[in-house]
Design a protein around this ligand. Structure first.
Ligand code: ACO
Length: 429
């Protein structure tokens, strides 16, 4: 952080104030306005917090103009190429890549926390058969606080770490229960002899009647998607987790709130919406009609999987997923007309002045759904896949926040309602 200052002159009062300029290890400088109201009487107005740093963080760095994403300083491309999801989880939580014994201990801890309390199965079986899995998941994660009420203290570092590991380990098991509930399948217990992603695929797709072999191509593809979705600095769901966490709420409540925020179609729900949109478009001939709808200011339709608050060049995750999508479909010998449709849509949009001017590029969710579909994962489960991976980021950010909780998150407003008026009795209105 630096000592530079920016002077703000108020032409109304003739007063000036010096605002300290804060500088992180990378990224744009930031004006420190903590004392602005106290010294000037002004608040700042920033809808959607688009210009506001709400915290400092050492976990994930994004340069949206250059298309850079790094976890703890490591470029996402290198992690995607060389690492695996559990190692990335360790990195995000602890700050450094693990050595052999640290990795073995972490793997052991996550593996041995993957089972859920049997009573949680009863809770889950109460949902209607067609409940959306995101509704089931946010309910289930919130309910974990009731199972571990003696280990919820956000002030205790050991309890914090335990809760983080429990959530990372149990999310795949809960996700599989959601899926199997809908399909009418008996729940499968997580197997300790399998790795994180293989274990998840087994709890999703194995049946008691016959042996199930996890397809290594499917496991590798899913593991890659988990790495790419693991964290993304202060996005809407992570900011939700931090905001709820700032109240001192228990970790399960914080992550359940994050899941709810992720569900929205402008955020993690976009992967589900992309496939629904491709279904609706139907064929290449209809693309111009839908591009015109996306450009029409009077039409609420948007190209799902396009655009990003921070990336104004390209989303580096989208480039990795685009390639993986082709590889996976080739290796699994699947031809999917939706991939051809998506590629054509991308090409037409990227040539269109409207999208070029606004720097709208495909984001992480544009191609991920096509991979999920190829792995046999139904559309309604797509955002759940995202939540499994992002639990690591939420947990890492919550742990970082609890190290130095600071103030409760509490934005201000510009009030535009009625000014003071007197109450009128019913017969006087
Ligand atoms: N299709 C058509 N037009 C778009 C799109 C889109 N997908 N995205 C943005 N625009 C237009 C807006 O209408 C606006 O145009 P205008 O300047 O003429 O009014 C301009 O581009 C800027 O858009 P904003 O909504 O101001 O950008 P913001 O940063 O607030 O929104 C967001 C980013 C929410 C991701 C947006 O691009 C969007 O809705 N995309 C579709 C949903 C999606 O794919 N979400 C996933 C994001 S990645 C993630 O969360 C994992």
């Amino acid at each position: 952080m630096s000592e530079n200052k920016v002077t703000l002159n108020d032409q109304t009062t003739g007063k000036s104030i010096e605002l300290p300029v804060l500088k992180g290890s990378q990224g744009d400088p930031t004006l420190d306005i903590k004392n602005l109201h106290k010294e000037t009487g002004y608040f700042t107005y920033d809808p959607g917090f688009a210009q506001t740093a709400a915290c400092s963080s050492a976990i994930t760095f994004i340069d949206g103009n250059k298309g850079v994403l790094q976890y703890r300083g490591y470029p996402i491309e290198q992690l995607a190429e060389n690492s695996n999801f559990l190692e990335v989880a360790y990195l995000l939580l602890n700050g450094n890549l693990p050595n052999t014994s640290e990795m073995a201990d972490f793997d052991h801890d996550i593996t041995y926390h993957s089972m859920v309390h049997e009573k949680l199965n009863n809770f889950m079986s109460g949902f209607h058969y067609d409940a959306h899995p995101m509704a089931m998941m946010s309910g289930a994660v919130g309910s974990l606080a009731a199972f571990y009420h003696d280990r919820l203290d956000p002030e205790d570092p050991n309890q914090r770490e335990l809760a983080a590991k429990r959530m990372i380990a149990k999310m795949p098991t809960i996700a599989a229960i959601c899926y199997r509930h809908h399909r009418g399948l008996p729940n499968a217990y997580p197997k300790n002899n399998l790795g994180f992603t293989e274990r998840f695929l087994d709890t999703m797709f194995s049946v008691p009647a016959e042996p199930y072999e996890v397809n290594p191509v499917a496991a590798k593809a899913l593991d890659l998607l988990f790495i790419l979705h693991a964290d993304h600095e202060q996005n809407a769901s992570t900011s939700t987790v931090r905001l709820v966490g700032s109240t001192g709420a228990n970790p399960y409540a914080c992550i359940a709130a994050g899941i709810a925020a992720l569900w929205g179609p402008a955020h993690g729900g976009a992967n589900e919406s992309v496939l629904k949109m491709l279904d609706e478009i139907g064929s290449v001939d209809n693309i111009p009609k839908y591009i015109a709808k996306a450009k029409d200011r009077n039409d609420p339709f948007r190209l799902m999987g396009f655009g990003h608050r921070v990336y104004k060049n390209f989303d580096p995750r989208a480039s990795i997923i685009r390639k993986a999508c082709h590889d996976v479909l080739n290796e699994l010998n699947i031809t999917d007309p939706q991939l051809d449709l998506a590629m054509e849509l991308e090409e037409i949009a990227l040539r269109d002045e409207f999208f070029v001017e606004r720097k709208l590029y495909p984001n992480v969710d544009f191609y991920s759904g096509i991979i999920y579909k190829a792995l046999g994962i139904p559309v309604s489960m797509f955002t759940v896949m995202f939540a499994i991976a992002r639990t690591v980021g939420w947990a890492a950010q919550w742990l970082e926040m609890r190290e130095d909780p600071g103030k409760i998150g509490r934005p201000r407003q510009i009030y535009t309602g009625e000014t003071t008026r007197d109450y009128l009795k019913m017969d006087q209105r």
